[in-house]
Design a protein around this ligand. Structure first.
Ligand code: ATR
Length: 267
């Protein structure tokens, strides 16, 4: 029987995950089906329970459910345990295991696809929500230096920074001098690019953990206008985290080459 997977979120209708996983399945000759599951914002547990009770084999979890998923699963892998957020759920016998492939997906995109060396790179992360929680530890492991979390609500940056033993600041307090600046605030979705003072991004490599198919997210466009030395949106991160999820589910890591290009071409 074909194994069933889905991405659960709200909203989820524009998610590229079904296309990405269908491509992986074709490339690896794995027999899977992958759909979208939209749950009410207070309905993650019911929707996830129903999906697995009906024989579902695994879920990807996206906004706004990564923390709900962490609380609901029976156990965690190391990445999920240290981050407090779950983006992939695996079935182990009768139990569910929450995993987090966002961090490794981000680091793979930065290192392997973009060639941005993180070792010793002064790194600033904007935001302190579920999207950011999963990436701090992998960034540190990749050698990021002076790792700092800046958030509009400073208290949330402080709490997260304390957990990972990194520095914190308010968005309006950060200065310049960063090698890499990563946007993980949901402000990217709302269409306002300028979250921080221009000098924060000038001469830095700027990465938006959100994506748009033309690559020009509000944060990327704004950072380029302020003189960022390079910009990238997060489509590569989406594809690489998906490949890691596929590996967890199917035991084979698909080749991700060329997928971003095909998606961006609209083909
Ligand atoms: P998630 O857990 O899915 O990442 P979240 O917890 O709502 O979502 O976090 C969203 C992040 O985007 C937070 O860091 C939030 O800042 P606050 O903690 O101050 O709310 C940030 N964010 C959302 N809208 C923003 C805006 N207009 N300007 C700056 N930061 C914003």
């Amino acid at each position: 029987m074909t194994d069933r997977y889905a991405v659960i979120g709200n909203p989820v209708d524009h998610s590229l995950s079904p296309r990405i996983h269908t491509t992986f399945a074709a490339r690896t000759r794995e027999d899977i089906e992958y759909g979208r599951l939209e749950a009410p914002t207070d309905g993650f547990v019911d929707a996830a329970r129903t999906f697995f009770a009906a024989g579902g084999s695994g879920l990807n979890v996206t906004l706004p459910f990564k923390l709900d998923a962490w609380q609901w699963v029976d156990g965690h892998d190391d990445a999920a345990a240290s981050s407090g957020a779950v983006n992939t759920i695996v079935v182990d016998g009768n139990a569910t295991r929450g995993c987090n492939t966002d961090g490794i997906g981000l680091v793979r995109d930065l290192l392997d696809n973009l060639g941005w060396d993180l070792d010793g790179a002064r790194t600033l992360v904007l935001g302190a929500g579920g999207a950011v929680q999963g990436v701090i530890e992998p960034l540190r492991r990749a050698g990021a230096a002076d790792l700092t979390i800046a958030n509009r609500t400073r208290r949330k940056a402080q709490a997260l920074a304390a957990r990972f033993c990194v520095a914190s600041a308010g968005l309006d307090e950060v200065g310049g001098g960063w090698d890499v600046v990563l946007n993980g605030t949901a402000a990217g979705l709302a269409g306002s690019g300028g979250l921080v003072a221009p000098e924060v991004v000038a001469d830095s490599r700027c990465y938006d953990m959100f994506y748009s198919l033309d690559g020009a997210t509000p944060f990327c466009s704004w950072a380029a206008d302020q003189g960022a030395s390079a910009v990238s949106d997060g489509l590569g991160m989406l594809i690489e985290q998906a490949a890691e999820a596929f590996l967890l589910w199917r035991g084979v890591r698909p080749d991700t080459d060329g997928i971003a290009k095909v998606l961006r071409s609209g083909a």
